[in-house]
Write a protein that binds this ligand. Structure first.
Ligand code: ZN
Length: 319
C-alpha cells in the first residue's frame, strides 16, 4: 500500500513557499488529507463516515442523514470565503512564528481584514491548545506559575502614582498561568486567579507516584504534600543537581517574549489560549517545519466548538 501522504517525506518538508506554489486542486487535496486522514469524508452533522460527492462542486451529502457539508464545515476555516491555499498558508504562517503571530501581522500576510485575522488567530490558538485535552503527565514534573495581564500604567506625575504592589491599586485582571512540564516530555498549562488555586488541577493531571519540582512559594504546599516533591530556593540558586524548575522557566520565557515582543498586551480573558498555544510551540519545538505544519493542520481541521463562533456578529446578539 502506498504510504500516507501526511507521513511522507514530502509532507515533512512543507514550507510556506511550497504552500503558495500549490494549485487550488492540490491545496484542496492537502486540506482534505489533513481533515480526513482515513480518506473517507465524515459527516459534520451526524458523524457518519460515508458521503456522496458532487462532481460539479466540492460539496458532500451524508449517506445517513442526507445533509450537506463541505471540507471546511466545522473546522477553524468554516464560514470564510478564501482560496484553499490561503487556509494552508494561514497554518504555515502561524506555526512558523516561534513567538506567536499578531492578528495585525496575519491580516497583512493574508490580505484579510483585521477582524477576520483576529478571530482566525484565536481559533488557531484554540486548536493548538486542544492538544492538551485529556493529557495526564507522569515521571519528573516541573511546576511553576507566573503572572500575566492586567498591567496598570503608572501616572505621569510622581505625586499621583500609587503603589502597584497593593491589591487595591491593581485592576483585578492579572492572572497566573500555571505550567506543569514533564522532563523530556510535554507541557500542560492552565490559568488561575492565583498559583494557590491550581492545586486541584495539578493533582488531577499528574499521575500519582510522580516526582514534582517547584520553587519555594507557599502556593505549592498542598502539591508538595501530595507527591514526592523537591523545591528549589531561587534566592540561593536556580538549580541544585536535579532540583530545578528550569524547563518550566523556559516555557514562561517563551510566553513572556510573545507578550512583550509580539502582542504587547495579552488580555486576561484570552490568556488561557495564548498559554496553550505556547505550550504547543514548546512541545513541538524540535519538530521539523513540515511536521509542525501537519500536526497543527490536523488540529485546525478537527471540528470543535469555538468560543469565537459568531464573534463578528456579537453586536447583533447584544441588540
Ligand atoms: Zn450525516
Amino acid at each position: 500500500m502506498a504510504q500516507h501522504f501526511l507521513l511522507s517525506a514530502k509532507a515533512r518538508t512543507l514550507s510556506l513557499a511550497k504552500v503558495m506554489r500549490m494549485s487550488e486542486t492540490e491545496a484542496y487535496a492537502m486540506f482534505r488529507a489533513l481533515r480526513w486522514a482515513e480518506g473517507e469524508p465524515v459527516c459534520t452533522h451526524c458523524g457518519h463516515a460515508g458521503a456522496y460527492e458532487y462532481q460539479s462542486r466540492r460539496i458532500f451529502k451524508c449517506k445517513a442523514c442526507r445533509r450537506q457539508f463541505s471540507v471546511t464545515s466545522g473546522t477553524v476555516f468554516s464560514h470564510y470565503k478564501l482560496p484553499m491555499r490561503d487556509y494552508l498558508a494561514a497554518v504555515a504562517i502561524f506555526v512558523n512564528a516561534v513567538k506567536g503571530v499578531s492578528a495585525l501581522q496575519l491580516s497583512r500576510d493574508l490580505g484579510v481584514q483585521y477582524r477576520t485575522a483576529f478571530v482566525l488567530a484565536h481559533k488557531l490558538r484554540e486548536a493548538l491548545a486542544s492538544e492538551q485535552d485529556g493529557v495526564t503527565l507522569a515521571g519528573d514534573i516541573e511546576v511553576d506559575g507566573a503572572y500575566f495581564g492586567g498591567y496598570v500604567r503608572p501616572e505621569n506625575r510622581k505625586e499621583d502614582r500609587k503603589d502597584r504592589r497593593y491589591a487595591i491599586n491593581k485592576n483585578g485582571k492579572r492572572k497566573s498561568v500555571v505550567v506543569m512540564r514533564e522532563r523530556g516530555g510535554r507541557a500542560v498549562t492552565a490559568v488561575f486567579p492565583t498559583e494557590h488555586a491550581s492545586t486541584d488541577f495539578i493533582m488531577d493531571n499528574v499521575k500519582a507516584g510522580s516526582v514534582v519540582y517547584t520553587d519555594e512559594a507557599p502556593g505549592w504546599d498542598k502539591v508538595r504534600d501530595f507527591f514526592q516533591a523537591y523545591s528549589i530556593n531561587h534566592q540561593l540558586a536556580y538549580s541544585d543537581g536535579h532540583i530545578c524548575t528550569n524547563q518550566a522557566e523556559s516555557y514562561f520565557s517563551r510566553l513572556r517574549r510573545s507578550e512583550i515582543g509580539t502582542h504587547h498586551f495579552i488580555s486576561g480573558r484570552y490568556l488561557d489560549r495564548y498559554a496553550g498555544e505556547m505550550a504547543w510551540r514548546e512541545n513541538h519545538r524540535r519538530d521539523d517545519n513540515g511536521s509542525q505544519f501537519v500536526a497543527a493542520g490536523i488540529l485546525a481541521m478537527k471540528p470543535r466548538a469555538s468560543a469565537f463562533k459568531g464573534y463578528s456578529q456579537r453586536h447583533l446578539q447584544a441588540a
